[in-house]
Design a protein around this ligand. Structure first.
Ligand SMILES: *[C@@H]1O[C@H](CO)[C@@H](O)[C@H](O)[C@H]1NC(C)=O
Ligand SMILES: *[C@@H]1O[C@H](CO)[C@@H](O)[C@H](O)[C@H]1NC(C)=O
Ligand SMILES: *[C@@H]1O[C@H](CO)[C@@H](O)[C@H](O)[C@H]1NC(C)=O
Ligand SMILES: *[C@@H]1O[C@H](CO)[C@@H](O)[C@H](O)[C@H]1NC(C)=O
Ligand SMILES: *[C@@H]1O[C@H](CO)[C@@H](O)[C@H](O)[C@H]1NC(C)=O
Ligand SMILES: *[C@@H]1O[C@H](CO)[C@@H](O)[C@H](O)[C@H]1NC(C)=O
Ligand SMILES: *[C@@H]1O[C@H](CO)[C@@H](O)[C@H](O)[C@H]1NC(C)=O
Ligand SMILES: *[C@@H]1O[C@H](CO)[C@@H](O)[C@H](O)[C@H]1NC(C)=O
Ligand SMILES: *[C@@H]1O[C@H](CO)[C@@H](O)[C@H](O)[C@H]1NC(C)=O
Ligand SMILES: *[C@@H]1O[C@H](CO)[C@@H](O)[C@H](O)[C@H]1NC(C)=O
Ligand SMILES: *[C@@H]1O[C@H](CO)[C@@H](O)[C@H](O)[C@H]1NC(C)=O
Length: 667
């Protein structure tokens, strides 16, 4: 049989299976066809009937593939199906089950829990992880897939299941973290950001449950493959060179090797767990290797146009399936019954929230918003509000939204403080304080006691505010007096930091760089800067573009300044960015509306615009050059400020003596 007709057979089988999921399925199961070949050839008396293509559905399979695939013509992934694997390692084209996942899915990634026999899928359109209750049930009913986690970013998210201790890990390239969620609990809030320091754009993910290792690729600044324990400790980079876009990763716990697919290098390669002995197994120009899975001698490679089965040692083809431009794969996972399953060290360990396997033991972690108690097992709530949130102020209140609003856009705020006329806010994440300025004064409160206290009276018209988490000072600008002021909660005395400035606004402190930035109004807008001690005051960026610059922000991942450039007459706003010294100015495509504020969090930009007495908050991915809108929220009247609060992003030093801010660590 030619490879092309093989693919068509699969396609027909899928179509037919979908149409004919009838009682013959269960009849077939009951009769227990034991031999795949008999079934396919239609030789088996009990199993052979008019719908013999369904006959593969003997009772529970011990091994098979779960693949997600692209539909003909639409370039959108729609199907998830399960096929058995024959003794020789090649998949048998008749599906065990088949599921059609709506119409507009762009990416479907998949992994399985071999012990609990569950399958998990990342659905990029719904930005959710779905679970299936038992991949062996042979049931294609829609409602078998239920949502496990909602609020991931779009783009390439990979997932990997620890099927020994029953946890799922996934990468989020825009939130720039690796998350873990317990699968042992029915409580779907049992998740936590496990790793976020120095992650630029985590992509592919794999784990080895017996060696308790987690592997991932980061395609941020330059592409790397890293490893840590399953609890995120002992992190190190194992592959650093000759990687471009490593999209698929799998770990072979028998051979202690990693296999990875690089979509831009057009290769499938392997290295040992410590990054040595690298080999190219498959190289094919204009391919699009997207995901890999390994079992025994076979490596399964999903490509946009084919599913390859190769010998994991030498890359020799076992079998190949090629779709004629109308059939492709997005994700692949192998399920199997391990002869000797590894013991689950978490089973009786007694963690209150989430238990992670460690080499030779287990460790407890708490879900987001909780700290581990001294017994190392139980957890205590940090505080009711503000773990990782979008904070906004409108005319009457200060309200917060869970940060997943950036991906999930469910606008469900909790208002935590009633205060009128807030014009600026600043966040002290270390001590959980908020600074609030209105036209007359600056106030502060702890987010926990929410008892607003006066910090300073204003002497002019406030035009910006920023927090220096290093020296613990709040800074603000007054446009009419030309001054920048600073004070601290401890001193409560305002000092003039700089004066004689040209209509300063939007002050921005970069604590780790020991630099202060602000925008001035001279002949057009300028960005100006000084050291945190006030010395070396100078103009960083000046050019006459007739735009009004505002909302000065910092993106630590690119180490660049971002700001809005508004052209009122044309109802147009650019998002402009440049290096800290003003060089390399760039600007995105103009947006034809007036934007009011800009805030950057991880890989997201958030902008607000105001129309018909209502503010809309729009989210974009910074990694997406077209600034495609990721989501929009509106429902709070006129919003004056938006800020992000992330208590996991404190400025404290890490174990190895680096200070971290916004997930990026400086030496
Ligand atoms: C299929 O099974 C259902 C439930 O077991 C039964 O009600 C129905 O009559 C069966 N249909 C056929 C055609 O055997
Ligand atoms: C498959 O296995 C599951 C649990 O392991 C069991 O509940 C189910 O009855 C089995 N199905 C068949 C057709 O044997
Ligand atoms: C398919 O799923 C439905 C709903 O969960 C269930 O009622 C039905 O028994 C399942 N059928 C089979 C053949 O497992
Ligand atoms: C795969 O390749 C290795 C090394 O050449 C060989 O020893 C092994 O038998 C092959 N496996 C199969 C199933 O052919
Ligand atoms: C908890 O873990 C810490 C750090 O590993 C350790 O120093 C401490 O002794 C542990 N406490 C208990 C009660 O096991
Ligand atoms: C500023 O906020 C304080 C505290 O909420 C409030 O008492 C005062 O009236 C506000 N001033 C203005 C001008 O809104
Ligand atoms: C504006 O430009 C003129 C001519 O270049 C210059 O003399 C003047 O000082 C500038 N004004 C400011 C506020 O920079
Ligand atoms: C201000 O800071 C800069 C840079 O850290 C330093 O070179 C300079 O000596 C400092 N000046 C004063 C007056 O402390
Ligand atoms: C800046 O540009 C505007 C409009 O293009 C022009 O009217 C103005 O004279 C320019 N100013 C300077 C100092 O070049
Ligand atoms: C501020 O936002 C909250 C939450 O959406 C809303 O309930 C309240 O009405 C808003 N206040 C004003 C003045 O629009
Ligand atoms: C972080 O630093 C603050 C003081 O700046 C301290 O109170 C807090 O305990 C530190 N947190 C951690 C986790 O080290």
């Amino acid at each position: 049989m030619s490879v092309a007709s093989y693919a068509i057979l699969v396609f027909l089988a899928l179509a037919r299976y979908n149409a004919e999921i009838t009682n013959s399925t269960s009849n077939c199961m009951e009769s227990g066809c034991s031999d795949d070949k008999q079934c396919r050839d239609g030789n088996n008396e009990d199993c052979n009937d008019e719908t013999s293509l369904d006959c593969q559905c003997k009772s529970n399979y011990t091994r098979g593939l779960i693949v997600t695939c692209y539909d003909a013509f639409s370039e959108k992934a729609k199907h998830v199906y399960s096929v058995p694997i024959a003794q020789n390692g090649t998949p048998i084209p008749d599906p065990i089950w088949y599921h059609r996942f709506g119409t507009d899915v762009y990416t479907l990634r998949v992994d399985v829990d071999n012990i609990q026999q569950k399958a998990y899928i990342y659905h990029s359109t719904v930005k959710s992880i779905y679970k299936n209750p038992n991949y062996n049930l042979g049931n294609s009913t829609e409602n078998l897939w239920t949502i496990l986690y909602k609020g991931l970013s779009s783009g390439v998210v990979s997932l990997a299941v620890d099927w020994v201790s029953h946890n799922i890990y996934w990468t989020d390239p825009t939130f720039k973290w690796i998350m873990v969620q317990s699968l042992s609990s029915t409580d779907t809030s049992m998740f936590r950001v496990l790793i976020q320091e120095n992650l630029y754009r985590p992509h592919a993910l794999a784990l080895d449950p017996s060696d308790a290792l987690l592997f991932w690729s980061d395609i941020g600044r330059f592409t790397t493959i890293e490893v840590s324990s399953l609890s995120g400790r002992n992190r190190k980079t194992i592959v650093i060179s000759n990687l471009l876009r490593t999209n698929g990763l799998t770990a072979d716990h028998q051979g202690h090797r990693l296999y990875f697919a690089d979509t831009e290098r057009d290769t499938v390669e392997t290295v040992t767990y410590d990054g040595t002995d690298r080999k190219i197994l498959l190289a094919k120009a204009r391919s699009s290797f997207i995901d890999v899975a390994v079992y025994q001698d076979s490596l399964y490679v999903a490509d946009m146009g084919a599913l390859y089965v190769i010998n994991k040692t030498n890359g020799n083809a076992f079998s190949m399936e090629i779709g004629e431009d109308d059939f492709g794969y997005a994700g692949v996972a192998v399920f199997h019954e391990e002869a000797q399953p590894v013991t689950d060290r978490c089973q009786d360990y007694g963690c209150a929230h989430i238990c992670l396997t460690e080499l030779g033991g287990a460790t407890c972690i708490c879900k987001d918003g909780y700290n581990l108690n001294e017994d190392n097992k139980t957890c205590s709530l940090i505080s009711t509000y503000f773990h990782r949130a979008l904070v906004f102020s409108n005319a009457s209140s200060i309200c917060i939204l869970d940060i997943t609003v950036l991906a999930d856009f469910v606008f469900d705020p909790v208002c935590v403080l009633e205060t009128t006329g807030t014009k600026y806010m600043a966040m002290d994440t270390d001590q959980r304080n908020v600074f609030i300025a209105n036209d007359t004064a600056i106030y502060w409160t702890s987010v926990d006691n929410r008892n607003l206290q006066l910090l300073a009276q204003l002497s002019g018209s406030i035009s910006g505010m920023s927090w220096d988490g290093y020296d613990r000072n709040v800074y603000w600008t007054e446009s009419d007096t030309g001054k920048i002021w600073r004070t601290s909660i401890e001193s409560k005395t305002a000092h003039v930091f700089l004066e004689g400035l040209a209509k300063p606004r939007d002050v921005l402190i970069l604590p780790h760089h020991r630099l202060v930035y602000w925008i001035s109004e001279r002949n057009g807008s300028t960005i100006e800067s000084s050291n945190i001690n006030g010395s070396q005051q100078h103009i960083v960026l000046q050019y006459n573009d007739s735009l009004k610059w505002t909302s000065l922000s910092y993106n630590p991942y690119r180490n660049r300044l971002y700001f809005l450039g508004i052209l009122e007459d044309e109802e147009r706003t650019d998002i402009i960015n440049c290096n800290l010294d003003g060089s390399n100015r760039a600007s995105n495509n103009a947006m034809y509306r007036i934007l009011n504020t800009l805030e950057i969090y991880k890989g997201y930009t958030m902008v607000t615009s105001y129309e018909d007495e209502l503010t809309t908050i729009t989210f974009h991915s910074l990694d997406d050059i077209d600034y495609m809108t990721e989501g929009e929220c509106t429902d709070a009247g006129a919003i004056s400020v938006i800020k992000v609060f992330d208590e996991n992003n404190r400025q404290n030093e890490t174990e190895d003596g680096k200070t971290c801010m916004s997930g990026i660590c400086c030496i």
